[in-house]
Every structure is written in C-alpha cells, then in structure tokens.
Design a protein around this ligand. Sequence first.
Ligand code: NAD
Length: 437
Amino acid sequence: MRNICVIGTGYVGLVSGAGMADFGNSVICTDIDRKKIEMLQAGEIPIFEPGLKELVDRNVNASRLTFSADVESSIRDAEVIFIAVGTPMGENGEADLKAVEAVAKTIAKNLNGYKIICTKSTVPVGTGARLEALIEQEKESEFEFDVVSNPEFLREGSAVKDFLIPDRVVLGVSTERASDIMKAVYRSLYINETPMVVTNVPTAETIKYASNAFLAVKISFINEMANLADKVGADVHTIARAMGLDGRISSKFLHPGPGYGGSCFPKDTEALVFTGAQHGVNFQVVKAAIEANKSQRNVILAKAKELVPDLKGKTVAILGLAFKANTDDVRDTPALEIIQGLEAAGASVKAYDPIAAENMKKFFLPNLDTRDSVLETVRDADLVIILTPWNELRGLGLKDLKEHLNAPNIVDARNILSVEQLKEFGYNYRNVGRSNI
Ligand code: NAD
C-alpha cells in the first residue's frame, strides 16, 4: 500500500486514481477545477464512464479514496505523485506541456520528503528528463525524487475494465528504488501476472506514442480499404474479418467509419510526427494516416451528397455526437466537422446523442439544435446520418423510422444497420465499404 496523489481528475486521473485505490493504495485525487472536486466530494461523477461510479463509491466508502482541491497539501501528503493533466495539441502539432510543467513546479515547491513524480499524461519522449531538470532547479529543499513514466492505455467507454484488467503496465524508471515502489503500487496486478514492461523513461514515453500511432494507422488503412470496397462491390466487413483471422494482423481496430477522433489519436499522431521531425525522423506512414483520417470526414459528406445532391434548405438528422459509443467525450469528434460541412452546404441540422449532446453544445456548437429522442430528431428529415455506434442506434426500428422521415435517405457511417433491412424497407442508403453489396 502506498500513499498516492493524482493531479488532474479527468478521464484518466479519476479512473486511475479510483483504480489504484481499488488495488489497496491510499489515494487523493486533486484538480485545479474546484467544481469538479466539489462534485466528487458530493458523490457525483463529472464524466460519463460505465462502472466508474461503483468503483469510486466502493473506494470512498473503504476510506482509500478522497478528493481535495488543495493541490499543494495533497502533494505533501503523498509519496507517489501521478501527473494526469491534459496535454492538448499545440500550434504546430506538438504536445502542449504547459499544465504538466505547471504541476511539476508546484511539486518542486512542496517536496517535503523523497517522492516519485510519475507522468501518466501522454508526454513526448524527453519530457521525463525535462521535468527532472525543472524540479531540480525549482525545488527549495534537499529531498531526493525520481521521475517515472507510467503511460496509460485505458479507452474511454471501457476505462474501468481497462485499468483494472490491463493488457500490460509500462513502467519507465531510472532507479531501483523507484522501480520497487511502482511495483508496490501495482502489486495486485503483479500477483495476477499482468505483463509488466519495466524499462527506461524514454522507452516508456515512446511506447505510448508507438501504440496510439499504430492503431491510428490501422484505422486509416481499413477506411481506405472500405473506400475501395465501395467502388468495387466488395464487403469490407468480410475483408476485415478474413484479415483479422491472420494472427499477425488481429481483428481489432479494423472497423471502418468516419475516421478516428477523441482526445488521443488526433493529437498523439501529430505530436509523434512533430517529435520525429525534431530528431530528423520522417514519420511518413503516420503522416499518411493523419491525412487519410482528415479525408474520411469528406468521404462521409460526399456520401450524404450522393443521396441528397443539393443540401440547401434540407434537414439532416445526425444520430450520435460522441467520438465513440459509451462516452460523453466530444473532443475531435468526427461529428463536428461533418455537421459544419452540412451547414456550409446549406442544410439545417438536428442532432441526437444519448449522453454527449450537452458537451457538444457546451464546448463546440452552442447553437446546435439537439433533441431528446431519435424519433423527434428524425421527424421530417431529408437525410439521416449515423455517426456514433451507440447500442440504442444499433437497434433502430427501420420501418417505424421511415414513417417519420421526409425522404428515406440514410448514411450509416458506422455500419451498424442491417443492409438487408435497409433494402427491405426501401431506403436509399450508403455505409462505409458495404454500399454496393
Ligand atoms: P481531461 O481533460 O479529462 O483531464 C485533465 C484534468 O486536469 C482536468 O480535470 C483539469 O482541470 C486538470 N488540470 C489541468 N491543469 C491542471 C493543473 N495545473 N493542476 C491540477 N489539475 C489540472 O484529460 P484526460 O482525457 O484525462 O487526459 C489526461 C492525459 O492522459 C492526457 O495527456 C491524455 O493524452 C492522456 N490519456 C488520455 C486517455 C483518454 O482516453 N482520455 C487515455 C490515455 C491517456
């Protein structure tokens, strides 16, 4: 059991803080956002993440997990400090490390004993060394510290399970002391024989970008394959399934759609390209994946225009705003550019999402016309576009739906509807890589 402080109580900080408490550690989660901390202290969860409330409640009730808006005292009370603040995209694609560095300075000023400072935020290679120099320069005491890299691989929507039962834990350490303490933090995973990759800090930092960039490449690859399938009458799902049966390829991340989004892949691929350029490495494959991803939004818009060539004055119903199902996160969601493209073509947009509508209005489109149900959204629409594969949308009653529409046009950008049913009920449809089967 270790005394831990997690700074930054967002998607990663809250899930990993609660998860590490579940492993038996004593954890304080802190954040500069007082409102968030007040909500958590009142037993409310500020984000939508399946199973998170139960995990938090269980550990709060067992007195292993607390929340504090006092970042400084939380640091002083802990031996292991996890930095889990945001690292958004900077102006030139680089990771913006302002929040990480601000936190490192606060830690330096509050070093009241030996501490481990561990980056859980996704940070470019070299950040650990940078933080070490910064803390050494800013600290006002003689206490020692170690900087560790422990990148996080959880996925929004299944974050609790991913954290509690991970495929692997990566620890970048430079001393045995730090290595022993980090293994103690993850002791319950260690005894479950979860693979632990213990390596140096630059390797751990690079593993995270390598993993995300590879997955982004896989998505862009299958999207381009889907675009070919559309032209030649092939079925991309059968292609993906057959590819995935090859153990060297695996079936994961071979789902075509409107392109990847969210708070990780877009910024992490750009940041990797930026880091490569700094070191004279041209990441041609990753650059191509980024370009293909940007084009994929236009592929969906082109499909909309195939069904409704002149969108001016037409009503389009958007079903799904979150970048993926089971999250309220709309950062870099494909829905944003697609809605903007439709509006630029003169369409008026109505939208529905079971969870993410509020965030879309709050962060990006304050005037978006959002509705509370699918049927209210599609009423009198000339075109429906499905952008998020929510379970609720997978089960759409297509017969009933058609009666509410002005014209039976559907772009299923997630391939969640049955092609047989779309044909049976007389829809004009497009999907991704199966439109001509
Ligand atoms: P987030 O925006 O949900 O949370 C970040 C939190 O940090 C916010 O609550 C914010 O108020 C807080 N914060 C910012 N500056 C602070 C400061 N100076 N002091 C204290 N708190 C501060 O972000 P997130 O999605 O949890 O991502 C955090 C990091 O984890 C990023 O580097 C991201 O790339 C990485 N990551 C994210 C995911 C994911 O699925 N979201 C997965 C793996 C890794």
